[in-house]
Design a protein around this ligand. Structure first.
Ligand SMILES: Nc1ncnc2c1ncn2[C@@H]1O[C@H](COP(=O)(O)OP(=O)(O)OP(=O)(O)O)[C@@H](O)[C@H]1O
Ligand SMILES: [Mg+2]
Length: 228
């Protein structure tokens, strides 16, 4: 029997379906697993198997159709479905950091400003210096005043990593973070993501189609699509 301290996130019998008009589509089926503090997990499975859907449940962006997602915060265990809208918005912002396939940087803000937004939104001014240092460690020290359109894809993704980690979230979620990069950049970005996540002691869940990326993780959770 695990004690509460063994897990950061506990997924209990989670299912997810979407209803579009008269159509109901089952996507996730009775999933149960724990994420332990500091582990790196690769989420694999074919297109449409529900990787992004599961990340959205872990991030509190969406709620399960049935089952529960629990998270541990300063020793307390709480269920995401039990939070108010406002609490869930705070959970989403403070507890999780998100890295997307298409980087999603704010085009009108510089590299330094994109990361600063995360510091300001989360009201962690003490971490501003560390966030800037992280940009340097990610090899972006001479790019701070550039805009996203003036960066390569690999550079943009490194900025996105710095942004996702700026407030030191316990949970980092990455959705195909190397899906839009060539092989050399993909390896570099993934290596840096794993290293930086380890430095802040966060748990990482990375959805990926890449066996190379999955091999870099401590563990693989594979989603199998439901036969129709
Ligand atoms: N908001 C939504 N409303 C209706 N259907 C949705 C919604 N989000 C996802 N789906 C459907 O759920 C299924 C799973 O989608 P999801 O994006 O989670 O898969 P995925 O494993 O991330 O796929 P990919 O590898 O292509 O990114 C898909 O068939 C998709 O069309
Ligand atoms: Mg997806």
């Amino acid at each position: 029997m695990k004690t509460v301290a063994d897990w950061l996130i506990r997924v209990i019998d989670v299912s997810k379906h979407y209803v579009t008009g008269a159509l109901k589509q089952d996507v996730l089926h009775h999933l149960s697993f724990d994420l332990t503090p500091g582990e790196a997990v690769a989420l694999t499975g074919p297109s449409g198997s529900g990787k992004t859907s599961l990340l959205n449940l872990l991030a509190g962006i969406d709620l399960p159709s049935s089952g529960e997602v629990w998270f541990r915060n300063n020793g307390d265990a709480q269920c995401v479905s039990g939070l108010s809208e406002r609490q869930r918005a705070l959970y989403r912002r403070r507890y999780a950091g998100y890295v997307f396939q298409f980087f999603n940087l704010v085009p009108s803000l510089t590299v330094a400003e994109n990361v600063r937004v995360s510091v300001d939104l989360n009201r962690v001014p003490d971490l501003a210096h560390e966030a800037l240092e992280r940009l340097h460690r990610l090899g972006l020290g001479d790019r701070l005043e550039r805009y996203p359109a003036q960066l390569s894809g690999g550079e943009q993704q490194r900025v996105a990593i710095a942004r996702a980690l700026a407030h030191r979230p316990p949970l980092v979620l990455a959705d195909e973070p190397t899906g839009n990069l060539d092989a050399a950049n993909a390896d570099r970005v993934m290596e840096m993501l794993l290293q930086q996540v380890r430095e802040i002691g966060a748990t990482l869940v990375v959805a990926t189609h890449s066996d190379r990326v999955a091999r870099g993780a401590d563990r693989i959770i594979r989603l199998v699509p439901e036969p129709v």
